[in-house]
Design a protein around this ligand. Structure first.
Ligand code: G
Ligand code: G
Ligand code: MN
Ligand code: NA
Length: 250
């Protein structure tokens, strides 16, 4: 069967699952939150999002799929809050195609109401590519999400097309430093310079920084010395199932 047909069926068959990767505070070592990461548990094994999200976006399936992700992430977070992990935050990836679709804000409001989660525990991660096209439209949408209480993050920061003058106008709270810079920190001075500069820029603009893809202790120490606030990476934990994540919190 074609990928498109299989994908369409996957949503109605309940074949999508979420994994959760801890976001760790660099100062305290505590798990401040988790990022929800989509997986497709298909007949042919578990398929990572990079292999089907582009097609889901092209088909428009990203809209119902993205709503499913948000509803499921909120349901899971509510269960963890009810189990005593009341300060845990949740980051959810949202593609630009999804959040600029008509009805996105209404869908988000419905999901928030149904789940009973306060949006201040939720961070929406937006990928940098296309975020800066039609900037005025984006600012209005992001402003509505901010007013609802969401935190907003620019994912894969440094790899896309951010213009610094636009960055100043977007009501975002956090920059996520792309893994491609982090993995070169131990052997390239230019990558260290880029990471330091992003952290300095973020601090100057009152934004938080999260580093992704930390695999080595030296990378962690560098980020600590530069004053980055949070990190994610295999050094602490790979993405985990809900049950594995809960065990880690305990
Ligand atoms: O989990 P993994 O590293 O394979 O994720 C690869 C990419 O897929 C990440 O860049 C991430 O932003 C994206 N991704 C993961 N889950 C979701 C999701 O629920 N929605 C969207 N739009 N993208 C996601
Ligand atoms: O949304 P984003 O593009 O940030 O997606 C995060 C992706 O990065 C996830 O698919 C996750 O599996 C992956 N990832 C997280 N930590 C590490 C790491 O330490 N090393 C590598 N290679 N990948 C990671
Ligand atoms: Mn992300
Ligand atoms: Na990323």
């Amino acid at each position: 069967l074609r990928l498109e047909t299989r994908l369409r069926r996957a949503l109605s068959n309940g074949e999508f699952i979420l994994y959760y990767q801890p976001k760790v505070d660099l100062e305290t070592g505590a798990i401040g939150g988790v990022e929800a990461l989509l997986r497709w548990d298909s007949d042919e094994g578990v398929i990572p999002p990079g292999d089907f999200i582009p097609m889901a976006e092209e088909m428009g399936l990203i809209i119902p799929l993205g709503e499913w992700v948000m509803a499921e992430a909120c349901r899971q977070l509510k269960a963890w809050h009810d189990a005593g992990k009341n300060h845990l935050g949740m980051a959810i990836n949202v593609s630009v195609r999804q959040f600029t679709a008509p009805g996105f804000i209404a869908a988000v409001k419905r999901i928030i109401q149904t789940s009973g989660i306060d949006p201040r525990y939720l961070t929406l991660e937006l990928t940098e590519s296309h975020l800066f096209d039609d900037i005025d439209e984006k600012i209005i949408l992001l402003q509505s999400l901010k007013e609802m209480g969401f935190k907003l993050s620019i994912d894969d920061f440094g790899t896309g097309y951010s213009s610094l003058s636009y960055l100043r106008r977007l009501p975002v709270d956090e920059l996520k430093i792309d893994r491609s810079f982090i993995k070169e920190v131990s052997d390239r001075a230019d990558s260290r310079a880029i990471v330091s500069t992003i952290i300095f820029l973020a601090r100057s603009l009152n934004l938080r920084t999260v580093a992704e893809g930390i695999e080595k202790q030296v990378e962690l120490e560098f980020l600590q010395s530069e004053g980055c606030q949070q990190y994610q990476g295999f050094l602490f934990s790979r993405p985990l199932s809900a049950a594995e994540l809960f065990a880690k919190l305990e």
